[in-house]
Ligand binder design. Structure first.
Ligand SMILES: [Cu+2]
Length: 134
């Protein structure tokens, strides 16, 4: 098992690791990006608010990394113009429920945990964006 070795290595270098199950009924199939740049990362405590709009298929994807300061009030708006969808913010474990085609689902929360967190569609299993809190 390579996984255990990697896990131990990560524990040694980073205090915050977001290994989170995708949902309550899937234990092992999920991957979560892990921040390993602790030393170089600024961890300013922000008191601002950030709004991020994601349109599935237009500006979504695993390459979309949105950086927010730790402590920010974050509003995420997700819209899928082509199909109904289900959104899930990993790490913060926010989501669930079907959003109708064309409707916007909004999540508002305080980004109080540092790290990289994938936001995923549970309909297509696609990564829609990565929330980078630091
Ligand atoms: Cu998920």
């Amino acid at each position: 098992m390579e996984t255990k070795k990697i896990w131990q290595a990560l524990l040694a270098i980073t205090p915050v690791v977001g290994l989170v199950a995708c949902s309550s009924n899937s234990r092992t199939s999920d991957t979560v990006a892990v921040v390993t740049t602790v030393a170089s990362m600024e961890s300013t405590i922000g008191d601002g608010s950030v709004t991020i709009d994601v349109v599935v298929g237009e500006n979504s994807g695993p390459d979309r990394v949105e950086e927010v300061a730790l402590g920010s009030q974050v509003t995420l708006n997700f819209t899928n113009p082509e199909a109904e969808d289900e959104y899930h913010v990993h790490g913060y474990d926010i989501g669930g429920g079907i959003t109708k085609k064309g409707d916007t689902k909004t999540f508002t929360f305080t980004a109080d945990k540092a790290g990289d967190y994938e936001v995923e569609s549970h309909s297509s299993e696609a990564v829609l964006m990565v929330l980078r809190v630091g």
